[in-house]
Design a protein around this ligand. Sequence first.
Ligand code: HEM
Length: 445
Amino acid sequence: MSQNILELPAPKADPQFGHLLEYDRDPIGFWTLCAKEYGEIVPLNFGEMSVCFISNPQLIEKVLHEKNTFIKGEDYQILGDIFGKGLVTSDGDLWKHQRKLIQPLFLQERIANYAKIMVNYTEKMLNNWSDKEEIDVHAEMMRLTLNIAMKAIFDLDLTEADAKTIAEAFDLAMEWYENMREQGFIYDPNNPTEADLRYKKAIDRVDKAIYKIIQTRRKNKQNSGDLLSLLIDMKDENGKKMSDRQVRDEAATMILAGHETTANTLSWTWMLLAQNPQVRAKLQQELKEVLGNKKPTAADYNRLNYTKMVIKESMRLYPAVAELSRQTTREYNLGGYQIPANCTVMMCQWVNHRNPDYFPDPETFNPDRWANDLEKKLPKGVYFPFGDGQRICIGKGFALMEAVLLLATISQKFTLNLLPEHPILPQPSITLRPEKGIKVILNKR
Ligand code: HEM
């Protein structure tokens, strides 16, 4: 027996837009309300789009581990222009094939090679910081993680102009995604709006920059051992290499998926550390004991246990990806609930990561809660900042190494205090970023 989800309780829907307006006004507030007031699975609609929201960890685990029924949701598909058919947006055989090819690039021993790049670029940034200076630390983290991604992927030191092109394109992608969400993800390519055209132009500029890099690399036949060389040289089981278009899509995906998320994680961490000086003091103590005055290396990663717990706890409260979606390709029985075909199933990390059943005093920033292997003991579907199942973040190891090494390197040299009058507003878009940045005052240590 299974229950038709449409018979379950749900918030009142607008006759034309369904629940879209309420969701759009405050996505996290809306998911929190659904979980609290309406139960583990809530049937919804965004106008013509059939949606359901799930918060029960077992249901989430089932969806993320189901291999045959789901594709990426419509909200992802809309990002196809910028990500192309790269790993984040592709599905089915193409995704399976590409994931198998690219996975070896993210083995732990390869990631260790990037540790030096991560620390050296951070030190370069710190050379431009001075005592008592006011900065937007989110802008600095975005620039730093973009530089690191470009060096790791393309073996390139970015020029100011290229960095600006890429950063602007991603900002426009965010703005465009916001517009799309307001319209219920309905997009008519035959009647583009001004915002659509601006977005397309920005993507053209990114494409030009990436194709130029690919062509230069093909011409030089140089193998720098970076991700781009591997993408260009990799052959599938039939000896076939990737097309330029596919290399472009994977590279653009890695740059965009790989820098904004880590930058946001670090930005939220700076905010939380400034708000919790006792945690910051404990972090400093660990850095002193483990590193003394020396720079951190890949080998130190496993010894910086408290630093890792700080990052885990920061991703619990401010997950850089705050919601996930999957779309059913057929009718599906999810733990006794009958979900219709073409229904977008939504899950929200923010909601689950603040569940008091698993995280006592959930609003408190307490890295010590992760001691004694808490993560391993939690049921699946409770804490999933990197997603789970076959589509778990391919860059998880890279991101954790980067977050820990950057946090350690910067904390050794500076203490960051919040500028009191600056508002910090979490903006849930493709990623959860601080809408007006995070302004801090630097204090040299
Ligand atoms: C703190 C940093 C990061 C967070 C929180 C994060 C989060 C996520 C999440 C939640 C997903 C799953 C999306 C879904 O299931 O729909 C994902 C997928 C992905 N991430 Fe990350 N990510 C981070 C860093 C990175 C980095 C550094 C890279 C690359 C260098 C990367 C590349 C990717 C790719 C390619 C996918 C798609 C994987 C697939 O579907 O096979 N991410 N990420």
